[in-house]
Design a protein around this ligand. Structure first.
Ligand SMILES: *[C@@H]1O[C@H](CO)[C@@H](O)[C@H](O)[C@H]1NC(C)=O
Ligand SMILES: *[C@@H]1O[C@H](CO)[C@@H](O)[C@H](O)[C@H]1NC(C)=O
Ligand SMILES: *[C@@H]1O[C@H](CO)[C@@H](O)[C@H](O)[C@H]1NC(C)=O
Ligand SMILES: *[C@@H]1O[C@H](CO)[C@@H](O)[C@H](O)[C@H]1NC(C)=O
Ligand SMILES: *[C@@H]1O[C@H](CO)[C@@H](O)[C@H](O)[C@H]1NC(C)=O
Ligand SMILES: *[C@@H]1O[C@H](CO)[C@@H](O)[C@H](O)[C@H]1NC(C)=O
Length: 730
């Protein structure tokens, strides 16, 4: 990042000069309006499906796992494109971080053997078929699973897990949380697999699966990371600078505790087919425990009495290694507010060929940078605020590149970053499915009106899809941000509002409990995308148009297009819904359990603070409409208030036992990194208290006190935000 920070006086001068020159004529409305904005037509018209296709083909022509030579080659390639396209500058940013790989000479294995003779009866495969077609893709493993060799009995139940090798299906929650739960309940190893119900819903025969459809054969294995915290494990909370920054030792840090290995459903069939115990009961508690394999799913423990001499063995040979990884940063400086940053990021590293995750986003990132670079190079155009284009590495092993960069630039970003837009796997299907910080939801809805989609606007297509899913015709509802991708350090550590853009498959037709079938397998190929996901590359085009227009809308509008009113209302609604959540899901408390006794005064304080924030935000919004946009100094002050409101919810010490999650308002729930909840620290502690009440009554008073303090902290943050709004120059 450049260290450009002109004084307010300089900004004022530039602003006035710019006004005189009429450079700002495009954006003299109070709210952003793209209707007559020539840049928007240039973005919409400029995106080239041929380039998107060619770049995707190139990016996914070889595996590019983090830390590999190819990952570095692609970093150089992207830097060179950023420069060639006309950005002001582009450079690599190295970090020295802890990585975890499979051992190429000693692959991980799950086997069944006869305990009397020692004879091996079955051994799992460590990679998908067709090595000549998919060469050099890393063997199946879960990063940061410890090296170990464990023998035991399998179990597929929820109870009696102690000492067992636990069989766990992918889906619903983050795999790292599954393994943490398994370790806490005493499992000695975990075997993960994707059931045909998730990845082969139309049959497992050759004609129903890839390369004949987007579904997966029984050899497909979902690789994936297990660490539940983000960033480099040896430098948690500070950047892993290459020139000698302090690092903790391997023994000082928390890593996953039990060996874990992902296998395909064909291999899992061999294990489940021998399983003893009762068939999975048809009760609510075991809803979804039956799967799509041609067997009776049994709970275990152990293989049936006919197979009592058989044992299961899990061998994990993973190796940890510190290596240098590279982010790529490209900069196009702003004309008026060069010291305000709007960032577009995508990760470059992939488990295999990565044609979807995340090269579908990388090809879009390249296309958008080409357009903006071209506007600058061809007509000296510049955005109002500085644009930052980022290609992260190490996302797949725990959002490492993005987190280290945010940690390195935390002070600059806290004060000067306006918004972060993330694009990971952009295209899984034709349906827009974004997540966003509430204050950015309105601008996201608005720009979709300017994006053509088939014979329609993207807004209309999005609205129709939501109606199809929910049966309600309404303006599109947007989820708040979950984790599992690179917006996390921006939104949850730094407090920068963010948007994550993704297009998904038909979730009603395919109610898959997880991601798309090829996710993290060797079959995530260019051919898969070209044949089944987006043959015309028209969806990749829509994705590029959307992120381009969003970037322009947020960086170009005089008044930052933040909707503080929507933020406040969303917090209030989500808070009310929090008490109504399904107890069976990940839930644990009713309001009446908590509202009485020691928590009553704090809940009252919290609710009062939410109400006052809602009132102040509404008032703010109505005053914003009358703001004199010709007074750049005033505009800058108002924008700064909105930045500060977002940062008011950052607590320096982080949530309880999660120092990297500092956002009091929205973050994933501790027990499922993929989820999104309001007041995450409060939910974490409530869940911890209800877990602890069963196990360790001595610790409960201490957690209750921590929770009282935490609710008070949220209320105080809400009051600070309210105060910022009420004492502003408006
Ligand atoms: C792979 O495993 C073998 C056998 O345990 C060991 O000798 C070798 O050092 C390992 N490779 C790495 C890179 O650690
Ligand atoms: C693997 O190769 C065989 C022989 O070429 C082919 O029939 C099969 O479809 C391939 N499988 C996949 C998943 O590509
Ligand atoms: C059952 O499914 C497994 C895994 O797909 C397959 O290997 C096996 O041949 C199937 N058995 C029958 C009888 O269809
Ligand atoms: C399971 O139970 C549900 C509701 O009780 C019933 O509708 C369904 O047919 C049952 N399924 C099986 C396989 O018995
Ligand atoms: C778009 O409209 C044209 C002409 O009305 C029609 O032929 C075409 O099928 C439509 N395409 C889609 C995707 O709806
Ligand atoms: C802690 O809070 C829970 C929830 O209100 C309550 O049930 C429990 O009795 C409290 N425990 C102690 C020791 O105060």
């Amino acid at each position: 990042m450049p260290a450009v920070s002109p004084t307010l006086l300089a900004v004022l001068t530039i602003g006035v000069v710019a006004l005189i020159l009429g450079i700002l004529i495009e954006f003299t409305q109070n709210r952003y309006s793209g209707r007559d904005d020539p840049i928007i037509s240039r973005i919409n018209e400029g995106v080239s499906t041929e380039r998107l296709r060619e770049n995707l083909k190139f990016l996914s022509s070889e595996p590019h796992l983090v830390g590999s030579n190819r990952d570095k080659e692609l970093a150089d390639y992207i830097r060179d494109r950023f420069v060639e396209y006309g950005l002001d500058r582009a450079y690599l940013v190295p970090y020295n971080v802890l990585l975890s790989y499979s051992n190429t000479s000693h692959p991980n294995k799950v086997s069944i053997f006869d305990a009397r003779s020692g004879r091996v009866l079955f051994e799992s495969k460590h990679r998908e078929e067709n090595e000549t077609i998919f060469p050099n893709i890393v063997d199946s493993y879960n990063s940061f699973a410890p090296k170990a060799d464990v023998i035991g009995e399998p179990n597929y139940a929820k109870i009696d897990l102690k000492g067992k090798i636990c069989i766990v299906r992918y889906g619903k929650i983050f795999r790292g949380n599954k393994c943490e739960n398994a370790a806490q309940r005493g499992c000695v190893a975990v075997i993960l697999y994707s059931d045909p119900l998730e990845i082969a819903r139309e049959g497992t025969q050759q004609e129903n699966v890839y390369p004949n459809s987007w579904w997966m054969n029984g050899k497909a294995m979902q690789r994936g990371n297990l660490r539940t915290s983000m960033g480099d494990a040896l430098t948690q909370g500070f950047p892993a600078l290459v020139d000698g920054a302090f690092q903790y030792g391997i023994n000082d840090i928390e890593l996953p505790k039990i060996p874990t290995q992902p296998i395909g459903y064909e291999d899992m069939y061999a294990i489940l087919n021998l399983m003893g115990g009762l068939p999975v009961p048809n009760t609510t508690a075991f809803r979804d425990w039956n799967g799509g394999l041609n067997i009776t799913y049994r709970l275990g423990p152990g293989f049936g009495s006919a197979n009592a001499e058989k044992k299961l063995r899990v061998v994990v040979n993973n190796v940890m290694q510190t290596k240098i990884i590279y982010n790529v940063i490209g900069i196009l400086e702003g004309s008026v507010e060069a010291d305000r940053y709007v960032i577009l990021g995508n990760h470059r590293d992939a488990w295999g060929l990565g044609a979807m995750d995340a090269s579908s986003g990388t090809t879009a990132l390249l296309e958008v940078s080409r357009l903006f670079g071209g506007f600058h190079r061809d007509s000296q155009w510049r955005p109002r605020r500085t644009l930052v284009f980022a290609s992260w590495s190490g996302e797949e092993l725990g959002l490492i590149g993005s987190t280290e960069w945010v940690e390195e630039h935390i002070h600059l970003l806290s004060q000067k970053a306006v918004a972060y837009i993330n694009v990971d796997t952009c295209i899984m299907g034709p349906n827009l499915n974004p997540d966003a910080s509430p204050s950015l939801m309105e601008i996201l809805r608005e720009v979709t009106e300017y994006i053509p989609f088939r014979n329609n606007t993207l807004l209309n297509a999005w609205t129709e899809y939501q109606e199809y899913i929910s049966g309600e015709l309404d303006k599109p509802k947007i989820k708040t941000l979950g984790s599992g991708t690179d917006h996390a350090p921006f939104a949850f550590f730094a407090g920068i509002p963010a948007i994550n853009i993704e297009f998904t498959f038909d979730k009603k037709k395919y109610p898959i409990s997880g991601s798309y079938p090829a996710y993290h397998t060797a079959y995530e190929t260019f051919d898969l995308v070209d044949k089944f996901i987006d043959p015309e590359f028209s969806l990749h085009k829509t994705c590029s148009q959307l992120i381009g227009v969003l970037l322009h809308a947020i960086s170009g509008s005089t008044l930052m297009p933040f909707k503080i009113n929507e933020l406040a209302n969303r917090v209030q609604t989500d808070y009310e819904n929090m008490w109504r959540r399904d107890r069976n899901e990940d839930q644990f408390v009713s309001k009446s359990d908590f509202i009485n006794g020691e928590f009553k005064p704090l809940i009252d304080m919290l609710e009062k603070s939410i109400e006052n924030f809602v009132i102040a935000a509404k008032d703010w919004d109505s005053k914003m409409r009358d703001l004199d946009l010709n007074n750049p100094f005033l505009v800058r002050q108002v924008n700064d208030v909105m930045l500060a409101v977002e940062r008011a919810f950052i607590t320096p010490e982080g949530l309880h036992q999660r120092p990297e999650i500092r956002n009091l308002l929205y973050a994933p729930f501790k027990y499922n990194k993929y989820s999104t909840v309001v007041f995450p620290g409060m939910l974490d502690l409530m869940k911890t208290i209800s877990n602890t009440q069963r196990a360790d009554t001595l610790k409960v008073p201490q957690f209750n006190q921590t929770l009282r303090r935490h609710i008070s902290d949220i209320a105080i943050a809400l009051r600070s935000a309210t105060n910022l709004l009420n004492t502003s120059p408006l």
